[in-house]
Design a protein around this ligand. Structure first.
Ligand code: PLP
Length: 374
């Protein structure tokens, strides 16, 4: 047996979650956000399972290239545009769309010599103060883009929400109003909503929505889980017990001896640690599934291993399955224990963890092809 840590990716759940986006936001077109290796789920396979989307959103030309190489013919949007003028040639050649968020990018685009004009989304800073043209500069940029031969088709407008994950924060409504005011007198297709906007703020739906985290079955909100939003978790991070040890009362477990056995008991050792992306600062008591039942993490997370209190599972033995997060143990819950968000845990699964992809739908399709030859 090889090292048992695995990320199992449920491709059918991706399809379900995309349909959930359409259900919640029936009219806008969907830009499925697959940056950062599809939030750790594997870029090409995830995009393949999301092929009902109208477009894809990525963070780099390299990601766009990989999607094109995988056969993706849909529009692909570079969410931060280009980082230097020399990227414009491959962008044009690959037919990638760009977000333009800064005056300097506008100058680079105007000065470039590109094989084909490039589709542009102007990003407006409506209050997040991260990327985007200040509202006062938008009209001028819009005019210049309209005159540039390097720009394909009608320019589109977008902005990004800073606080949509909090259903009570008035900031979202203010951003929507500032966006509308900035675009007075400009006719353009618009995009505002991330997952939280899609689920909680219908006034942000616009012409295009940009779901990321919800496609992976995870809630974007401060509280609750994806299941509460009608989503299906996509990733199961799993491993196995590689040792079960009998310890005495008072025995210390793990680096720094941060936990001691209160009584004679079994300690399970599972093959997963911070080298796989399971956070080192997860505290004692964090739930882990052994044979599908919760047991507490005890002692420090090591690079390659964790230690578990098996008092409620006296029959657990080496080789038994262990789940760190998945449909029966929400990644949102583990993220809250770690003082972070599920986005970070999913993106943080390291490259040494093999991904296994499962799809009932694809398996059925393959069986049909085998049977009928078509
Ligand atoms: C990452 C990203 C999204 C997706 O956000 P989620 O919260 O994951 O839905 C949408 N728009 C932009 C510009 C992004 O960078």
């Amino acid at each position: 047996m090889t090292r048992p840590a695995r990320a199992l990716i449920d491709l059918d759940a991706l399809g379900h979650n995309l349909r959930r986006v359409r259900q919640v936001a029936p009219s806008p077109r969907i830009i499925a956000i697959v940056k950062a290796e599809a939030y750790g789920h594997g870029l090409a396979r995830a995009a393949g399972a999301l092929d009902e989307a109208d477009a894809f959103g990525v963070a780099s030309v390299e990601e766009g290239t990989r999607l094109r190489d995988a056969g993706c013919r849909k529009p692909i949007l570079l969410l931060e545009g280009f980082f230097s003028p020399d990227e414009l040639e491959p962008i044009s050649r690959l037919g990638l769309d760009v977000v333009l968020h800064h005056r300097l990018q506008l100058e680079w685009l105007e000065a470039a010599s590109v094989p084909e004009p490039v589709r542009v989304w102007v990003k407006v800073d409506t209050g997040m103060h991260r990327l985007g043209f200040p509202p006062g500069e938008v009209a001028d940029a819009w005019g210049r883009l309209g005159r540039s031969p390097n720009v394909a088709g009608p320019v589109r407008a977008m902005t990004h929400l800073a606080c949509a994950d909090d259903r009570d924060d008035p900031c979202t409504q203010e951003q929507v109003a500032r966006f509308a005011k900035t675009l007075e007198g400009i006719r353009a297709e618009t995009s505002i909503a991330n997952s939280a906007g899609i689920l909680a703020w219908p006034q942000t739906h616009g012409d295009w929505v940009r779901p990321g985290i919800m496609l992976y079955g995870v809630s974007p909100f401060l509280e609750g889980n994806g299941v509460d939003e009608g989503l299906q978790p996509v990733m199961t991070l799993s491993t196995r017990l590689i040792a079960v040890n009998r310890c005495h009362a008072g025995d210390a477990v793990g680096y720094g001896a941060t936990w001691r056995c209160p009584e004679a008991m079994s300690i399970g050792v599972a093959a997963a640690g911070y080298g796989d992306g399971y956070p080192r600062h997860l505290p004692n008591g964090t739930p882990v599934l052994v044979n599908g039942r919760r047991v507490p993490l005890v002692g420090r997370v090591s690079m390659d291993m964790i230690t578990l209190d098996l008092r409620t599972q006296p029959d657990a033995r080496t080789g038994d399955p262990v789940v760190l997060w998945g449909p029966d143990l929400p990644v949102e819950e583990i993220a809250r224990r770690a003082g972070t968000i599920a986005y970070e845990l999913l993106c943080g699964v390291t490259s040494r963890v093999p991904k296994e992809f499962a799809s009932q739908a694809e398996a059925g399709q393959r069986a049909k092809i085998a049977r009928t030859g078509s």
